[in-house]
Design a protein around this ligand. Structure first.
Ligand code: HEC
Length: 111
């Protein structure tokens, strides 16, 4: 009786441990995928002027490493472009998720 309970307990524990392991690897690969995607997006839409590190400065593009914009200002810039008509990406980027991940990518270039 007691040994049977012990065995049951052991199995339950095993299931918990296995579950925790598969979950953590899944989360890690999801995160990596997201990072890859946003890099891709930035590469396609922004790299030409800003460069992968934000300092390229083609046709007067702002240095994103030293930008002091808030997240909302960055988002507005990406959506509506600036007063010179640069970067009106509203109709090009397909989702809020894409825009939000670009905003955090732009912020992550500062350090
Ligand atoms: C055609 C060239 C070009 C492309 C492509 C481009 N930008 Fe820009 N970007 C500019 C220019 C030029 C400025 C600065 C304009 C100014 O000083 O008024 C700027 C400014 C910015 C700023 C404001 C920074 C600050 O502090 O003033 C942000 C944020 C920004 N760009 C993000 C992006 C993102 C994100 C993308 C891709 C979705 C992108 N840009 C694509 C040319 C470009």
């Amino acid at each position: 009786m007691i040994t049977k309970m012990k065995i049951n307990f052991f199995y339950i524990l095993l299931i918990f441990v296995l579950n925790a392991c598969t979950n953590s690897t899944k989360n890690r690969s999801d995160k990596k995928k997201k990072e890859l995607n946003v890099k891709n997006l930035y590469n396609i839409h922004c790299e030409a002027c800003h460069g992968m590190d934000g300092t390229k400065g083609v046709s007067g593009a702002a240095n994103l490493k030293v930008s002091k914009m808030t997240e909302i200002q960055i988002k507005n810039t990406i959506l509506n472009g600036n007063e010179k008509g640069m970067m009106p990406y509203k109709d090009i980027l397909s989702s809020d998720t894409e825009i939000d991940s670009l905003v955090s990518f732009v912020k992550s270039l500062r350090n």
